[in-house]
Design a protein around this ligand. Structure first.
Ligand code: THU
Length: 524
């Protein structure tokens, strides 16, 4: 039962992007900032190897990390929650969502007034509590709607519940949602109902968000189309406007989100559990509370120990973020940062992938792991982090043994190969040189010829190791002649394990090593 868990620590940036200045940011690094707080605990994530991620040298390093890690640059032109999550789910946004520091243009508001039959007040960026204080009375008197925005891409409508019935307010939001398309496609339209009397207006819990549908198919859509579960915890459902979500639960805090994530481990499902922990951003990042942020991180770090201890054999956990929100920089907005990625689970090898380009690589990787067809943005890296299978270990061990028998008096370059037949038998081969040089036979061909001469012609896996004086210190891919011989008997998708040393190897395929090959099919 393969399952992926993506946990987004909302706004936990891993250091500024090269283009941060274009977004009004400089010297921002959310993780670094909170790591300087006395409230910062870094134990579980240290063991997993978060400190080994590019650009996190200020954190304690881990010699034997338990997880695969990398830092990822954002491809989208944005630094908000929606764009960040969409990119994680496989949709790159080439342009930012529109913001309205001077209010919405007349073309939008005229249409809105025409369709709602109500005028508009304010139309400026405003604090949600101040706006009802300053415009509430006039709104109640005239019935005009309070329309305001913020630094984010939002169209917010505040209305008194006794002046505008809730259902009407929601309908006005739907009308706004329909108008706000194309270049005015704001991330969210938000209903902000309030009650009370002048001087005592308060917002009610009936806030409702009307999000924008992602512009193309996401990982969530691809998974649900393939019949898998997509379980959304926290605000994930709203971020995707419900698209592709098969089960959902809303939360009021990180603590609650973590509780649901832990309970999800006991649920019986195949697919994705996608969690957003928003307190980091909402309560601490925007409010520039460094110690609060660090304390919330520490709570997550200790909870994580329990979570990973309860993960099943085929569970893979992706811990990441959607943008930055450095609580110690010179403004309260999000910051344009890389995101960290920690991938943990039994099926994962602890590889450090350096810095990658595109949060969408996460979507492509989850799709590869869960074995579904996916055509969204991103390059999957599942094969770079997948832990060796028993079969892979067996062929690698056999290739190393074969290398010992290499007959290499002229080159001293010893090569070992091992090929596994469709029914699991392994044939070993080494290179055998000749004083007249040309009759030299490569290790791969020795292994293949041994198998074929014994009547075996169907193969599923080959491993090769080589190195000067018998030492395998880096990857040497098979020569062209051996690739041609492989193409005679093996399918393009057959994995070729090019060993770097006794343990590590690159997973390639024959098709990558010899594309457009001349095969027996052409002779038919
Ligand atoms: N060799 C192999 O055994 N396999 C390859 O794919 C590349 C080359 C051997 C042939 C020769 O004995 C030595 O490596 C140096 O070329």
């Amino acid at each position: 039962m393969k399952r992926a868990f993506i946990i987004v620590l909302d706004s936990l940036g891993a250091g500024e992007m090269p283009d941060a200045r274009l977004f009004g940011d400089h010297d921002c690094h959310t993780l670094k900032r909170i790591s300087q707080s006395p409230k910062f605990r870094f134990e579980t994530l240290k063991k997993l190897g978060m400190g080994n991620i590019d650009g996190q040298e200020f954190l304690p390093q881990e010699e034997n990390p338990a997880a695969a890690v990398c830092r990822i640059a954002e491809r989208s032109m944005g630094k908000d929650t929606t764009i960040g999550h969409w990119e994680i789910a496989g949709v790159v946004s080439p342009s930012p969502m529109p913001v309205y520091p001077d209010g919405f243009p007349a073309e939008i508001l005229d249409e809105f007034t025409k369709l709602t039959g109500r005028g508009v007040l304010c139309n400026r960026p405003y604090s949600g509590t101040e706006v009802i204080k300053d415009y509430g009375e006039e709104h109640v008197k005239t019935g005009k709607l309070i329309v305001y925005t913020s630094a984010d891409s939002v169209f917010q409508i505040a209305a008194h519940e006794e002046t505008v019935p809730l259902e009407d307010l929601y309908e006005y939001c739907r009308i706004a949602r329909k108008i706000l398309t194309g270049k005015h496609a704001v991330g969210r339209v938000i209903a902000r109902p309030f009650t009370g009397t002048p001087g005592n207006y308060t917002r009610t819990a009936n806030r409702h968000d009307f999000s924008l549908l992602p512009p193309k198919q996401t990982l969530l859509d691809a998974l649900s189309a393939a019949g898998k579960t997509v379980y959304a915890i926290g605000k994930i459902n709203d971020i995707f406007a419900g698209s592709g979500v098969t089960e959902k639960v809303y939360t009021h805090s990180n603590t609650e989100g973590m509780k649901y994530a832990l309970e999800a481990l006991d649920k019986d499902f195949e697919g994705l559990c996608f969690v957003n922990l928003v307190d980091f951003d909402m309560l601490y990042g925007h409010r520039q509370d460094i110690d609060g942020y660090a304390a919330a991180f520490s709570e997550f770090d200790s909870w994580l120990e329990t979570f990973i201890g309860s993960m099943g054999e085929e569970d893979v956990l992706f811990i990441t973020a959607d943008h930055g929100c450095d609580p110690g920089d010179d403004h309260t907005d999000h910051t344009r940062e890389h995101i960290p990625l920690v991938v943990y689970g039994k099926p994962v090898a602890p590889v450090n992938l350096g810095t990658r380009k595109g949060f969408c690589d996460i979507a492509a990787t989850v799709a590869e792991y869960l074995g579904i067809s996916y055509r969204g943005d991103g390059t999957g890296f599942w094969r770079d982090i997948a832990a060796p299978t028993a079969e892979e270990k067996a062929v690698c061990k056999a290739a190393l043994e074969a290398q010992k028998a290499a007959y290499v008096p002229y080159s001293h370059f010893a090569v070992g190969a091992a090929i596994m037949t469709a029914d699991g038998k392994i044939y070993k081969g080494c290179n055998i040189e000749s004083a007249s040089y040309t009759p030299t036979n490569c290790a791969e061909r020795t292994a293949i010829f041994k198998a074929v001469s014994e009547g075996d012609r169907e193969f599923k896996l080959i491993a090769v190791c080589s190195g000067k004086n018998g030492k395998s210190e880096s990857a040497f891919p098979p020569c062209g002649v051996c690739r041609q011989v492989m193409a005679e008997f093996c399918k393009p998708e057959m994995p070729v394990l090019v060993m770097k040393d006794g343990e590590r190897f690159d997973r390639l395929t024959l098709g990558e090593l010899l594309p457009h090959s001349f095969t027996p099919d052409f002779m038919e």
